[in-house]
Design a protein around this ligand. Structure first.
Ligand code: SAM
Length: 275
């Protein structure tokens, strides 16, 4: 759908949307870059999309141009009139919700599973990601396409043996496929943040059977809480974990960062449910 819109910088000037540091506002203006981000989830024609933190609506424009039905949750009241204007250009395709995404009951907003596509403030992004990854499976969303600081993106997709490998990698990978879809240079943002960014794409996969999430979380918290220690030391505090290593033939002198996601899953599954 081809729609004529005023330049984003004009919208920002007209609505007085100077970037607020407190709200983690770093805006994207490059239409080509935004279109590439909106293309990461695949064909969005008439697909439900949740965008958290639309700001003045740069990414929102790209999602609407891709044919999506967008629900946008924005905390900054100043942005709402600009977003409502954008909605007028795409009748029936944009629903704007003023609120804090950490508090809004997002799943209740959708009848069918949305794609989530967002350029979020980094602190909020990690908190939302952990919430989205720890819920029931199949999750209520179809895919996640999220901008993160490059270092956080590396932690999400890290493999064993890497310094970035830790709880976030296990959480993101034990029942999802996670990849870095696109590096984004800091100069693409206005104002530019101090560090580089990357867009991460996550899709749910069939979960392994018989694993309790709380046990997996307890094991990874203990193992990576003392990541330089051998498992026989770091997992002492988790009842049944050392026996699980023995049963599985995992050498207890290994450190957490050498244990694959599949082995963490196996340890969690092997710990008896009374533990
Ligand atoms: N999506 C726009 C873009 O790409 O140019 C703006 C991105 S800016 C990094 C982050 C946006 O998230 C800001 O508009 C900010 O007001 C909004 N935001 C910050 N915290 C939020 C929260 N807890 N809930 C919803 N939106 C939030």
């Amino acid at each position: 759908m081809s729609v004529s819109l005023p330049p984003l910088r004009d919208v920002i000037a007209r609505h007085g949307l100077s970037a607020s540091k407190a709200l983690g506002q770093n805006f994207l203006f490059d239409g080509q870059l935004l279109a590439r981000i909106a293309a990461i989830p695949g064909d969005l024609t008439d697909a439900e999309v949740l965008e958290v933190g639309p700001g003045p609506g740069g990414l929102t424009r790209a999602l609407l141009a891709a044919g999506a039905d967008v629900t946008a949750i924005e905390r900054d009241r100043r942005c709402i009139p600009a977003l409502l204007e954008l909605g007028e250009a795409y009748p029936g395709k944009l629903r704007v919700i003023e609120g804090d995404a950490l508090e809004v009951d997002a799943p209740a907003l959708f009848a069918e599973r949305p794609h989530i596509v967002s350029n979020l403030p980094y602190n909020v992004g990690t908190a939302l990601l952990v919430g989205w990854l720890t819920g029931a499976w199949q999750p209520w969303w179809q895919s996640l396409t999220l901008m993160f600081q490059r270092e956080v993106a590396k932690r999400i997709v890290a493999q064993p043996g890497s310094d970035h490998y830790g709880r976030l990698a296990v959480l993101a990978q034990w029942r999802s496929a996670a990849r870095i879809a696109m590096p984004v240079h800091r100069s693409a943002f206005t104002p530019p943040p101090k560090v580089m960014s990357a867009v991460v794409h996550i899709t749910p996969i069939e979960p392994p059977e018989g694993v309790r999430v709380d046990v997996l979380e307890r094991v990874t918290a203990a193992a990576f809480g003392q990541r330089r220690k051998m498992l026989r030391q770091s997992l002492k505090s988790v009842p049944g974990a050392l026996d699980a290593l023995d049963t599985l033939g995992i050498d207890p002198t290994r450190r957490a960062e050498t244990i694959s996601v599949a082995d963490f899953v196996a340890i969690a599954r092997t710990i008896p449910s009374r533990s």
